[in-house]
Design a protein around this ligand. Structure first.
Ligand SMILES: [Zn+2]
Length: 374
């Protein structure tokens, strides 16, 4: 994999770049829709392409439990299984183990947990996480890290930082010894932890940077901490992380968060928000957030967003989409998901264009005040 910075904004840390993978190139800053179980909910790969999506995520924890790594390996990896032919990033499974499963024991060797599905016991180790991600065949493999909750005390976070450093070495060792299963390359992204503690963040960055060859992630943010603290850490990471590699801010976020983070030098994002909120009827539009289930749209036959050319906005009315969601029609979920992902991808395209035109900073300022809390 190779990353080239194209253009640096002269008034902020924002930059555009190109990330070349064996499944195609990615223009950064990029938003990656989340395909938890191997599918971005309700959408086909072609529909995802039409939204402007360049790369999608898969969840190691969920795919390991169902259908199992061996089935996906027999299909030729996740690309062969779900027929998305673009780049794929898989997480390590760690975040889900820490947030979803009942954890029985966490040691320097890994995490013993009970499946949230049937209570069966598993031991997720750095080597197992790497082995599963080898089977999935993702272009980008995330290191197995420990992500403590947003309100964890400094001792807990410190222990997690040290464990994350120990584990990234085990991950790198595994990948060195165990060859690729498919014809394309896989790149390990180490993850910086340290919550909202600047000294621990700096230490974690120093510990994991040696394992970064073409990309590094900032984990453990957007997990319940104050937003101001999150942006202080992002600014700190802008200083601490190498400029010649893409920076991935995990699990973020709202459109305004993305604009602010791009301004602080972040290149890659993922979040379930556009798809999850879509299914609840919350649309992101050029005029701000819109709850399409609201009674005031009952007989409103105008498009959801007249500035959007997605399938929903170019074909159907607010009243119809509201009705579909109210009666729980899958088409409603599909249309609102297509719209929200299209909105996010259009936002990223605009961000890239603004950086290229060296007008990003003033554009960002006006969007942040216009969209306020969106
Ligand atoms: Zn639309």
């Amino acid at each position: 994999m190779k990353y080239t910075v194209d253009k640096n904004d002269s008034n902020s840390s924002a930059r555009t770049g190109v990330l070349e993978t064996d499944h195609g190139t990615i223009n950064t800053p990029v938003f990656m829709p989340v395909g938890t179980y191997g599918a971005v909910k309700t959408l086909t790969p072609n529909e995802l392409r039409e939204t402007g999506s360049q790369i999608i995520l898969g969840n190691t924890y969920h795919l390991y439990l169902r259908p199992g790594a061996e089935i996906i390996e027999a299909a030729g990896g996740l690309h062969g299984f779900n027929q998305w032919n673009g780049p794929i990033l898989t997480d390590s499974g760690g975040f889900q183990v820490f947030s979803l499963a009942k954890m029985n024991k966490i040691t320097d060797g890994g995490v013993v947990f009970q499946s949230h599905l049937d209570g069966s016991e598993h031991n997720l180790t750095p080597a197992l996480s790497m082995g599963i991600q080898r089977s999935l065949g993702s272009d980008i493999i995330m290191a197995f890290d420990e992500c403590p909750p947003g309100d964890a005390d400094i001792e807990t976070v410190s222990a997690a930082v040290n464990r994350t450093a120990h584990w990234v070495k085990l991950c790198a060792d595994y990948l060195q010894v165990n060859p690729l299963l498919y014809k394309w390359s896989q790149t390990l992204f180490p993850i910086v932890q340290g919550s909202i503690y600047p000294e621990l963040r700096k230490m974690s960055a120093e510990q994991v940077i040696p394992y970064a060859s073409c990309g590094i992630a900032i984990g453990g943010l957007a997990v319940g901490e104050e937003k101001s603290a999150m942006f202080e850490i992002i600014d700190l990471m802008d200083e601490a992380l190498p400029k010649d590699q893409p920076r991935y801010l995990m699990g973020v976020g709202k459109p305004t968060d993305i604009i602010r983070a791009v301004r602080s030098g972040i290149d890659m994002f993922d979040c379930v928000m556009p798809t999850r909120n879509a299914r609840n009827g919350q649309l992101f539009t050029s005029h701000g957030k819109m709850n399409i289930r609201n009674a005031k749209y009952k007989s409103d036959f105008s498009p959801a967003d007249e500035n959007c050319d997605c399938m929903l906005c170019s074909t159907f009315s607010r009243a119809y989409v509201r009705h579909l969601l109210n009666v729980n029609e899958v088409l409603g979920h599909r249309l609102t998901s297509i719209h929200n992902i299209t909105f996010y991808q259009k936002l990223m395209r605009t961000i890239r264009q603004q950086i290229e035109a060296n007008s990003f900073s003033s554009w960002a300022q006006s969007k942040l005040s216009e969209w306020e809390d969106m």
